[in-house]
Ligand binder design. Structure first.
Ligand code: FES
Length: 211
């Protein structure tokens, strides 16, 4: 039987580069694939003067293609400026891997989205976003799709844990359908804060749990 994967994909899958987490990253992301529900996290360290990516790591909760793409794009992005790294396309990643089966295109798209969101997170945290759209409930919901529900390994929205979202005068209130003493409550709250707080017009994030 012939493997659907190129030798390069298999090599990166077996020995992925830059796997792990960066403590105290300058930018980070957690992206979920609408196609399969798998997730990827990307962490970057950025030189404040040159805006070059000094270090980058990723964690994948996805398949072999996703792991291989995470590996290759972290290699491609390291040493590039944020603007250069933003332009890396999934086609480039897939070409660098010697091609991916068509059915696996979304896996490399997921890794690229992870990289772009980590860059966006850096830019938001450093006031570098020039096009400022007002935050809406939909913006908040979109961000909550990037917070993982550790119980299910899928995002909070998809697993119906988001009970309510309200927004008033820069205060965002999110109600999560879990008891506040649940073992994952603190981690979920922290991740929600991290995703919503960088939005330029958000002043406060309140996460409530049900009893
Ligand atoms: Fe989900 Fe590949 S099938 S990332």
């Amino acid at each position: 039987m012939k493997f659907p994967y190129s030798e390069t994909v298999l090599e990166h899958f077996r020995h992925p580069r830059n796997v792990g987490k960066i403590d105290d990253p300058d930018g980070k992301s957690m992206e979920g694939s609408p196609a399969c529900g798998d997730m990827v996290a990307v962490y970057i360290k950025v030189d404040p003067d040159t805006k070059k990516i000094d270090d980058i790591k990723f964690e994948s909760y996805g398949c072999a293609s996703n792991i291989a793409t995470g590996s290759i794009i972290t290699e491609l992005a390291k040493g590039k400026t944020l603007d250069e790294a933003k332009k890396i396309t999934w086609k480039e990643a897939s070409d660098a891997l010697g091609g991916l089966p068509k059915i696996k295109a979304h896996c490399s798209v997921l890794a690229i989205e992870g990289l772009r969101s980590a860059i966006q997170n850096y830019e938001e945290r450093h006031g570098l976003i020039t096009k400022r759209e007002p935050t809406t409930l939909e913006t908040v919901r979109k961000r909550l799709r990037k917070v993982m529900n550790p119980i299910a390994g899928l995002d909070l929205v998809r697993t119906n844990l988001v009970k309510d979202i309200q927004m008033k005068d820069g205060t965002v209130r999110v109600v999560i359908d879990l008891p506040k003493n649940h073992q994952f409550a603190a981690a979920i709250k922290e991740e929600i804060d991290e995703k919503i707080e960088p939005l330029w017009d958000v002043k406060e994030v309140i996460v409530e749990f049900t009893d």
